[in-house]
Design a protein around this ligand. Structure first.
Ligand code: BG6
Length: 481
């Protein structure tokens, strides 16, 4: 990305000694730098509380993700030499003024001093950091852009998300804000837009007349790991559903946007989120199931009587003309058999069957399976004649496998934030509408109507009751293998 030599782009990572910065952001920036994708005069500032000097921090980065850097020693040195480390508290105005003075000294004489502040911080620090940045005059766009990247979770429910939005909006404009949902940075998630709106053959079928139901599964083999203290208060609904699963649902269910620009896309997603039925407590309990993997309660930071769900399945309805009455089954869980994110669209059975009943066992409904990760592919399941003397159907797959080696989601998102393209970031209203969908389930689970918390063994597909939840006549599509 070329810019004039009269401009500088400074990327400041707050929380630079944390896992996200070391494992994801630094390797992503390094790769973007090594392929010349960033502005020509781009500087990196790592800001955190620990008292490192530049060299110690650079070494720390290298050691954490050496695989990402060691193949190109020259590029690494060039990149590393541009990283400055500053220690301080992100919500301390004096520390921020020091940072500001340093950037100003570095950009003296230039026409533009553009900045991206990446808040790779604990969510409890978002508000105070943005407020301190404002107080230090660092959000003012007189001499260049000032963009803020905010990680998830954004709030813990509708009320807190609203408060946070209001508070941030009193200091920064919405177009300065880039709220991350890293799923939107995945190529296969973006492909949903191309697949749906670049082809004409599926659109006439993409509605209640032809579709029986939709499944969205985000399954993880990893357990909670060392994030138990966070997870215990979050649980799977807040951690995964409010963000990733609802964003996938919105992309599958939205109307065609007028353009692919940020607000066009986000308007359509917001309309879908707004159309998702809000259940009362009884309905929320009936339309959900929750589970917890065995051993979760033994983790440090977890109560021995914890009722935190590490698995959930929801049945959601989108109340609009396109989707009325069609269930969207969403499920996600930790410590499951394998990692897999997949969207499955199951079409209706033919209205009249001409095959003998005994021959129909092979007749499966048409299905479109969109595998987001890890074996990125699209499979269309159709019925063909089984070879042989009889007229017997047999399910077969037409498949397209995405090429291997796709870019990490964070690379795409960092690049877009630098370029000021917010299409793949969630807008304030989307965040609030998503919490409005999730809150009734969280509340129902905390009430006396709470359905049972089913234990499940690690390495399985979750609680057995999840199969009854989707039945009769429907079953979860699990990845093969
Ligand atoms: C994060 C959640 O947002 O997404 C984690 O906080 C989860 O709990 C992760 O493990 C999953 O992301 P991915 O890209 O590995 O599917």
């Amino acid at each position: 990305m070329v810019t004039s030599d009269k401009q500088q782009f400074t990327i400041v990572i707050f929380g630079a000694s944390g896992d996200l910065a070391k494992r994801k952001l630094a390797p992503a920036l390094f790769h973007l730098h090594s392929i010349d994708a960033l502005p020509e005069r781009c500087r990196f500032i790592a800001f955190a509380r620990s008292e490192f000097d530049d060299e110690t921090y650079r070494r720390l980065l290298f050691n954490v993700a050496s695989d990402s850097y060691s193949s190109d020693a020259e590029s690494w040195l060039e990149f590393a030499n541009q990283i400055r480390y500053i220690h301080g508290s992100s919500n301390d105005v004096d520390s921020l003024r020091r940072l500001d003075a340093m950037i100003k000294a570095d950009t003296e004489g230039l026409i533009e001093d553009n900045r991206l502040y990446y808040l790779a911080l604990s969510p409890t620090l978002y508000e105070s950091t943005i407020s301190s940045l404002n107080e230090a005059g660092m959000l003012d766009e007189k001499h260049g852009v000032r963009r803020l990247v905010v990680e998830k979770p954004f709030g813990t429910d509708l009320a807190s998300a609203r408060l946070l939005n209001t508070s941030i909006h009193s200091r920064a404009a919405e177009d300065q804000l880039f709220r991350i949902d890293h799923y939107l940075g995945k190529d296969t998630v973006q492909n949903l837009i191309v697949f749906r709106f670049g082809n004409t053959i599926f659109e006439p079928l993409w509605n209640r007349n032809y579709i029986d139901h939709v499944q969205i599964s985000v399954l993880e083999d990893l357990d909670v790991g060392d994030r138990a203290a966070y997870y215990e208060h979050s649980g799977v609904l807040r951690d995964m559903f409010q963000s990733h699963l609802l964003q996938l649902l919105a992309l599958v269910a939205m109307e065609p946007p007028a353009t692919n620009h940020a607000d066009s896309l986000r308007d359509e997603k917001a309309k879908v989120l707004n159309s998702i039925r809000k259940p009362n407590a009884q309905e929320a309990a009936t339309n959900s199931i929750r589970g917890q993997y065995n051993g979760y309660r033994d983790l440090d930071g977890v109560s021995p009587a914890s009722a935190t769900a590490t698995y959930a399945a929801l049945r959601l309805y989108v109340d609009n003309w396109r989707w009325q009455g069609i269930p969207f089954y969403l499920r996600s869980g930790k410590a499951l058999r394998t990692k897999s994110t997949e969207i499955a669209i199951q079409f209706r059975q033919p209205p009249h069957r001409i095959f003998d009943v005994e021959d129909e066992s092979g007749l499966v409904p048409n299905m479109l399976r969109i595998v987001i990760q890890p074996d990125e592919a699209i499979h269309l399941i159709i019925d063909n004649k089984r070879p042989g003397p009889q007229l017997r159907p047999q399910a077969q797959e037409l498949s397209y496998k995405f090429p291997v080696g796709m870019r990490d989601a964070y690379e795409r998102l960092l690049l877009d934030a630098v370029a000021g393209d917010a299409s793949l970031f969630t807008r304030a209203d989307e965040i609030e509408l998503s919490w409005a969908v999730i809150d009734p389930y969280v509340e129902a689970w905390e009430s006396e109507l709470a359905s049972q918390l089913y234990p499940y063994a690690r390495g399985t597909w979750g609680p057995i009751s999840a199969d009854q939840f989707i039945a009769p006549g429907r079953y979860w599509l699990n990845p093969v293998g």
